[in-house]
Write a protein that binds this ligand. Structure first.
Ligand code: HEC
Ligand code: HEC
Ligand code: HEC
Ligand code: HEC
Ligand code: HEC
Length: 362
């Protein structure tokens, strides 16, 4: 056994179609809530099933049913239904064909109904609205983490060794001074607009859910500074990286995500003289037990210094220093191992600078 399934995500969710609506599909919600639908459609939530990387990893992991309870959590999104397990760890459910399986709904991944339907009603932050469907007010919805932690688990005492890390390893590590972390505030930025065209504008949360797939989001969390120290012939650059934009670690999410700080020194003719690559990553041992080995990612507001030294040299002094910080969704080795084929880049630059050392004073 490498992990037991926590009851938060051991079973598919059962929800009813609210009165006044014909289906659970996001497309139907979108026929009225057009802007929210557009935002959700570009988020990874809408691709939680269709995403190629997920599909590859899912097959590589033996198509374990438990994956679906976060990536396609509604019962009607799953081909098989179940209410009992063959094992204590809840990894081996007794599967029965599901007559209500809806492949189109499956393709919607973390769809509107997952967060918004409770007991046949649509939950929302307001309550006092003029909707064609029954609504239930939950003012707690417009901030905090209540609607996120079912799937985005937080590292903490709640998780013993076996429950510690969910199957794809996602964990938010929060440093919010003891307050409830405001996932909604940072991932659903506020706007003033009507919920449906023609209605009164309200304070709404944009359904963007940006993260590692959106470079601007990652860039917004990183500060890079550098200093040059010269002592005779020796030169030292001190580069300081700080997570200034997220209360969880930078990066967060699956353990595949990582940052690299890449430093390259070039000579007069562009030849590479020296190179150094630092990795910021969470290292996990998966078998025989799950254990966090070490973690070099950036906690909120804790500057980290990296040193890069070289000699000025007399005959052929170095000419340029390249400082680059890259974000990686996963690394090449893992991509190859699981057979993930994609045309899209799996990493991108979030900071880049070329320093002309001859022009630099000192
Ligand atoms: C036929 C049009 C229509 C459809 C379809 C529809 N809605 Fe609505 N919805 C509305 C209207 C109108 C309001 C109220 C707007 C207002 O008063 O500002 C509303 C309000 C809401 C609210 C706010 C409730 C509150 O109390 O805070 C939520 C959340 C919501 N809808 C979600 C959904 C979801 C999810 C779906 C699909 C499962 C859906 N809606 C389908 C028209 C629709
Ligand atoms: C039903 C499970 C579930 C719930 C509830 C949920 N998420 Fe997610 N979320 C996922 C899954 C699964 C993915 C990854 C989809 C993929 O990339 O395949 C994801 C992806 C994300 C990402 C994007 C990561 C990226 O790679 O760019 C963000 C940000 C995010 N969620 C924030 C939230 C917030 C904020 C909430 C609460 C309002 C929330 N989620 C609620 C399952 C969930
Ligand atoms: C991962 C969970 C999640 C998913 C998926 C999701 N929502 Fe929401 N939704 C929320 C949260 C949380 C709020 C409250 C945001 C706020 O008020 O700042 C909200 C608010 C709303 C509101 C009220 C306006 C507002 O922003 O307060 C409407 C309408 C709505 N959602 C419709 C939809 C529709 C339509 C979809 C699918 C296309 C959808 N939601 C998908 C979590 C979700
Ligand atoms: C202060 C703002 C802030 C808060 C609070 C916050 N986040 Fe984030 N989050 C970010 C930023 C910025 C990024 C992009 C950098 C990164 O990946 O760490 C991000 C990235 C993510 C990602 C993307 C991971 C990936 O693999 O692509 C997920 C998922 C996520 N956050 C979930 C959450 C959840 C769940 C909460 C609440 C428990 C939360 N965040 C609270 C700002 C925030
Ligand atoms: C407890 C809920 C949960 C379960 C169970 C779960 N996941 Fe996830 N998964 C998430 C969340 C939340 C994210 C988004 C965090 C992030 O972006 O790093 C995610 C992201 C991923 C990603 C990254 C996709 C991307 O956008 O790059 C892959 C791949 C993945 N999961 C595979 C799996 C597989 C395979 C299983 C089953 C063995 C599984 N997951 C089970 C919640 C879950």
């Amino acid at each position: 056994m490498i992990f037991a399934v926590h009851e938060n995500f051991a079973y598919p969710m059962r929800v009813e179609v609210p009165k006044g609506l014909n289906s659970l599909s996001a497309e139907e919600c979108g026929s009225c809530h057009a802007e929210i639908y557009k935002e959700w459609s570009q988020s990874m939530h809408s691709k939680a099933w269709s995403d190629r990387y997920y599909q590859t990893e899912f097959r590589y992991d033996g198509s374990t049913p438990v994956c679906k309870n976060c990536h396609t959590p509604l019962e009607n999104q799953q081909k098989y239904s179940y209410t009992e397990f063959r094992d204590r760890d809840m990894l081996d459910p007794v599967l029965k064909p599901n007559p209500n399986f809806d492949p189109k709904l499956q393709n919607e991944g973390v769809t509107c109904a997952v967060c918004h339907i409770q007991n046949g009603k649509i939950v929302g932050p307001f309550g006092n609205v003029n909707a064609p469907h029954p609504v239930k007010a939950d003012p707690a919805m417009s901030s905090g983490s209540k609607y996120c932690l079912k799937c985005h688990t937080i590292a903490g005492k709640r998780w013993d060794t076996f429950y510690k890390i969910p199957p794809c390893g996602t964990i938010a590590e929060i440093k919010a001074g003891g307050n409830e972390p405001d996932c909604v505030g940072c991932h659903m930025p506020p706007a003033e607009r009507p919920l449906v065209k023609g209605f009164e504008p309200k304070r709404v949360g944009r359904h963007l859910f940006h993260g590692g797939h959106h470079p601007d989001k990652v860039k917004s969390a990183l500060s890079v500074e550098y200093e040059k120290e010269v002592d005779g012939d020796s030169v030292k650059f001190v580069i300081t990286l700080t997570n200034i934009g997220t209360y969880h670690y930078l990066p967060t999410g699956t353990p595949d995500r990582h940052l690299t700080l890449e430093l390259r020194l070039f000579g007069q003719n562009g030849e590479l003289i020296k190179e150094k690559i630092f990795k910021m990553k969470r290292y996990i041992l998966w078998r025989p037990v799950i254990a966090d080995l070490w973690d070099t990612r950036l906690p909120y507001d804790e500057p980290r210094k990296f040193v890069f030294g070289f000699r000025k040299g007399k005959t052929s002094p170095p000419r340029t220093l390249e400082i680059s910080v890259r974000y990686h969704l996963l690394d090449e080795a893992r991509k190859k191992k699981i057979g993930y084929e994609t045309e899209e880049p799996i990493s991108y630059e979030v900071y880049g600078k070329k320093l002309d050392l001859q022009r630099e004073s000192g």
